[in-house]
Design a binder for this molecule. Structure first.
Ligand SMILES: Cc1ncc(COP(=O)(O)O)c(C=O)c1O
Length: 398
């Protein structure tokens, strides 16, 4: 079956975070939204059917996670990621960010230091700080158009207060799919220093064909014991609304501590809709996902060739995974505020401002390309016109 990712679907007036009430977030309304990380595509038909069937039943009371739910997850992870996981390792959370909060609360103490690698998904900073823990930043290095981990800086920053590293794998926003070698090196440093790894792998299904995602916990038994892996069908199949994600915790002691935390707040239960959507996505969504990845690859190529041909001042950092493109605007010479205003007021585009992702994000913008190609064309045309109207120095207009 061929799925139609070209279909334009009006999301307005659905209380849609990405499309509705942009005035509150951006101060303007008529801008094309390419920011928050969800897709402008419908979920796979099999998921919509499974949800309809569940809705038709009419009773939505207390629901436990049945064996079929665990089997769907185990099979998916084994088939797509060659990682063999056990049923008892699979814990529930309504989302990955909530899981990070519960993990911080249950596995670290107030004041403990938590490592992140910026520029990185901005909610990492917020969740660490909101739990009263301290962020330690190990910035990625950016050389010759490619981001790499800086292991020397990481080792230099480790002391006895560092208890956890939150890894973003694949990495949002820079689009790296970390190699087995990189993850092994990172893992060795964490093992040597007794640092827990929380690996946020929410983008793990969204990897381009030339690359291969490696779950860090699959590399060795020692790493499995020291790693908690968080993922969800929410990004892959565009089903955030059903509030279902998992944390894989092979280490019995860590798992007990996590479960005590979520049970104390009575949030360890998935909803009937979360269960139906997850199972149908993992059982019947594979062909849809393969076609989605192909479509996204087409979108990446389109952006790359458009920028090269028409707006060469803006550079695309080659994405290896995720539908989030990391665009380098530094050649235009704008300050942080100027770039934000230029995108909104002149290009009429709402992207995520690079600086929200922490050190190293200034001068960049994150563009969500999980949309029909017609929308991408419109956005790039707007951007091209805006850049062409700048004076030769760019900056002097502001
Ligand atoms: C790396 C990463 N982690 C977590 C999330 C959000 O997860 P959730 O909505 O399940 O809390 C996102 C969403 O963009 C993300 O990019």
């Amino acid at each position: 079956m061929n799925y139609n990712f070209d279909q334009e679907i009006n999301r307005m007036k659905t209380a849609c975070e990405k499309w509705d009430d942009l005035e509150t977030r951006f101060g303007v309304n008529d801008v094309l939204p390419m920011w928050v990380a969800d897709m402008d595509f419908k979920a796979p038909p099999a998921v919509i059917e499974a949800l309809k069937e569940r809705v038709e039943h009419g009773i939505y009371g207390y629901t436990y996670r049945p064996d079929s739910y665990f089997e769907a997850i185990i099979d998916w992870v084994s088939r797509r990621h060659q990682w063999s996981i056990k049923k008892e390792w699979i814990t529930h959370s309504p989302g990955v960010i909530p899981a990070l909060a519960f993990l911080l609360r249950s596995l670290t103490e107030p004041g403990d230091k938590i490592i992140v690698q910026s520029p990185v998904y901005h909610h990492f900073f917020r969740v660490i700080e909101s739990q009263g823990r301290t962020v330690v930043n190990n910035p990625l290095s950016f050389k010759d158009g490619r981001y790499r981990m800086d292991f020397a800086d990481l080792e230099a920053q480790i002391d006895s207060s560092v208890k956890m590293l939150i890894l973003c794998s694949p990495h949002n926003p820079v689009g790296r799919v970390w190699t087995q070698e990189e993850l092994t090196r990172l893992g060795e440093i964490c093992l040597k220093n007794n640092i827990l790894i929380v690996s946020d792998e929410i983008h793990f299904d969204l990897v381009y064909n030339a690359y291969k995602h490696v779950p860090i916990a699959s590399i060795s038994e020692a790493l499995a014991k020291q790693t908690i892996t968080c993922f969800s069908p929410s990004k892959t199949f565009n089903i955030w609304g059903v509030q279902t994600s998992v944390a894989i915790i092979p280490n019995h002691d860590l798992r007990e501590r996590y479960n005590r935390e979520i049970n104390s707040m009575a949030i360890g239960w998935a909803t009937p809709f979360g269960i139906a959507a997850l199972e149908s996505a993992y059982r019947f969504g594979e062909e849809w996902l393969d076609q989605l990845i192909e479509y996204l690859e087409g979108n990446v190529e389109f952006v790359e060739s458009y920028l090269n041909t028409h707006i060469p001042q803006i550079k695309l950092v080659d994405p290896e995974g995720t539908y989030l493109l990391w665009l380098d605007f530094r050649e235009l010479g704008f300050s942080m505020e100027e770039l934000d205003q230029f995108m909104l007021q002149k290009a009429r585009l709402a992207l995520n401002e690079g600086h929200i992702f922490g050190q190293g994000g200034e001068g960049f913008m994150r563009m969500n390309i999980a949309c029909p190609r017609t929308m991408l064309e419109k956005a790039l045309l707007q951007l091209e016109h805006a850049v062409k109207q700048l004076s030769p120095t760019g900056k002097s207009e502001y």
